[in-house]
Design a protein around this ligand. Sequence first.
Ligand code: FAD
Length: 319
Amino acid sequence: MGKVLVFTEHTNGNLKRSSMELLQAAAKSGNTVVAVAFGSHAGDVTAAAGHNGANEIYVVKDASLDSYNPEAFTANIASVVEKVQPTILLASASATGRDLFPRVAARLNTGVASDCTELNISGDTVTATKPMYSGKCFAKVNFENSPVKIVLMRANQLPVAAADTSKSATVVEHAAAKPDLKTLIKEIVKGASEKLDLTEANVIVSGGRGLKEAANFKMLSDLADVLGATVGASRAVVDAGWVGHGMQVGQTGKTVAPTLYIAVGISGAIQHLAGMSGSKVIVAINNDPNAPIFQKATYGIVGDAFEIVPKLTEEFKKA
Ligand code: FAD
């Protein structure tokens, strides 16, 4: 059996759910699972990594890796790969993952399958499924002539079982590579929202042009608060300046795959569906019974969002 290296993402040492998914999938494959964590808080990830199936964790504890820097991260992943010699490398198809791993693949002269929704590992053989043409068809991808098979998985696609707290990972402190950087991060300005990022959210309430104006997004925030959800939006309302681009779901926005996606006043254009059709349960609220969103919806509510959404909020409050 070979080694599967899992690039873990964390927020100040709290392991992200998407990384738990990868660790558990790697553990099920029967291969040795090696996690890697970057940054000042990397050491805080070790317990959770072990509980989720890592046999070993490479901790690259260095403040220069607290924020994503393509050159620094590429050099450090390459350095860990050289030490660990994995046959498979798993990472999340997050903004970081999608920027970083094509660079890593080029550095290692190996193949990368990005934005995957299914993953099958049998020994050293990996097959992944990825949507193409905005989700109109799916490609099965496998690797040839790839010393390390790199797969980037969308979040919320793989199951997460309860962590096994009796398990732990051996910690290896790995010295940070310090390449000459051509770019430096001077400052990170955080967005106003303190909610979970859309790509990690388990429940999303999304609004479209049917909400008529920016102020009516408050109605969605109220519903989202009751459900513990994150608020998303269609491009039409982002372009209108009602909400920020960070909330846009779709082909030119974020790709999400929550357990529950509630689309309110969204028609269901193909570019919107491209970003959310991987959701497990889709509820559409629209006053046009012929709106295309109903063809993708698990449950459809035909009616006025301004009547239905407040009623849902009240009912969920009682639950
Ligand atoms: P509309 O299509 O105007 O739909 C509004 C809906 O609200 C209608 O179905 C209407 O029946 C309903 N409605 C109205 N009043 C009410 C009410 N009171 N109660 C309930 N329902 C009501 N779009 C994205 O979303 N994400 C993308 O990433 C994206 N990328 C794009 C990329 C390209 C290259 C292009 C060309 C387009 C892209 N679009 C994207 C735009 C996309 O084509 C649609 O224009 C957009 O998704 C429409 O947004 P909407 O559904 O909010 O608005």
